[in-house]
Design a protein around this ligand. Structure first.
Ligand SMILES: C[S@@+](CC[C@H](N)C(=O)[O-])C[C@H]1O[C@@H](n2cnc3c(N)ncnc32)[C@H](O)[C@@H]1O
Length: 231
């Protein structure tokens, strides 16, 4: 998979892109992630990328020209047509199924806003899917891009050491994951449930399934309603 990130602050992304699972995915050739700066496509001698909003009001708005030119540039760098994503708090809320869907795309172009956001014609003109990472407002799309990229890249087959670990994660089957334990068996009087030490795989699977349902019912009953496990 190729991911192009269009941003005014590529330096915010670099440490994230080279570390941990995303870094390893790139080293293994499962993902190539490139950053392009809108400012390189600014027209005037001040390299302006934003301006005051028509009609007045606070803040600065990202201008059409550098963003459209940056999108045209990355699209010219590779055969095929990318799936474009505009990061905005006004978009559809990111979920695990959306991350799974995007992990199957060969090429993504992610556009990060900044300041007061985008000129509306960027939203209507570049043909992007609009995605929000939650109902809160960030200063820029860069941190949202790291969240989105992490959620997507770990689902590319082969990226996690064991592909089944993503299948067990919360939300993958519509439920929260069961509780996990590791050594020691007893920590400050808190003991590991006996069944996990039993070696009985069937009993362990049953316990985990029950715990997953109980935990979801307790913390996220809205999810349980969607699975059809309760009426
Ligand atoms: C300060 S925000 C602009 C918010 C805009 N004025 C509004 O009220 O909808 C600047 C940029 O941060 C990014 N951003 C902020 N919150 C986000 C969220 N929840 N999900 C995705 N991107 C977000 C977007 O790219 C946005 O253009």
């Amino acid at each position: 998979m190729t991911i192009d990130v269009l941003t005014l602050f590529p330096e915010m992304l670099q440490p994230f892109l080279t570390a941990s699972i995303v870094g390893r995915a790139q080293q293994a050739g499962a993902a190539t992630i490139r950053c392009t700066n809108f400012r390189d496509f600014a027209e005037d001698r001040h390299h302006s990328v934003d301006d005051r909003p028509f009609g007045g009001g606070p803040g600065m708005v990202l201008m059409c020209e550098p963003v459209f030119k940056a999108v045209d540039y990355v699209e010219s760098q590779q055969e095929g047509r990318p799936t474009k994503i505009l990061l905005t708090p006004q978009g559809e809320r990111l979920t695990q199924p959306i991350a799974a869907e995007l992990s199957r795309e060969p090429w993504l172009v992610i556009v990060c806003g900044h300041y007061e956001g985008f000129d509306e014609r960027i939203r209507t003109g570049i043909g992007a899917r609009e995605i929000s990472i939650g109902d809160f407002v960030l200063s820029g799309g860069e941190s949202a891009a790291t969240v989105l990229i992490d959620a997507i890249v770990r689902l590319i087959p082969g990226v996690l050491g064991d592909d089944s670990s993503a299948e067990c994660d919360s939300f993958s089957n519509g439920l929260l994951e069961y509780p996990q334990y590791t050594r020691p068996r007893d920590f400050r009087g808190m003991e590991v449930p006996e069944v996990l030490l039993s070696g009985n795989h069937e009993a362990i699977a049953k316990w985990r399934e029950e715990q997953s349902i109980l935990r979801t019912a307790d913390r996220r009953p809205d999810l349980l309603n969607r699975t059809g496990l309760i009426e």
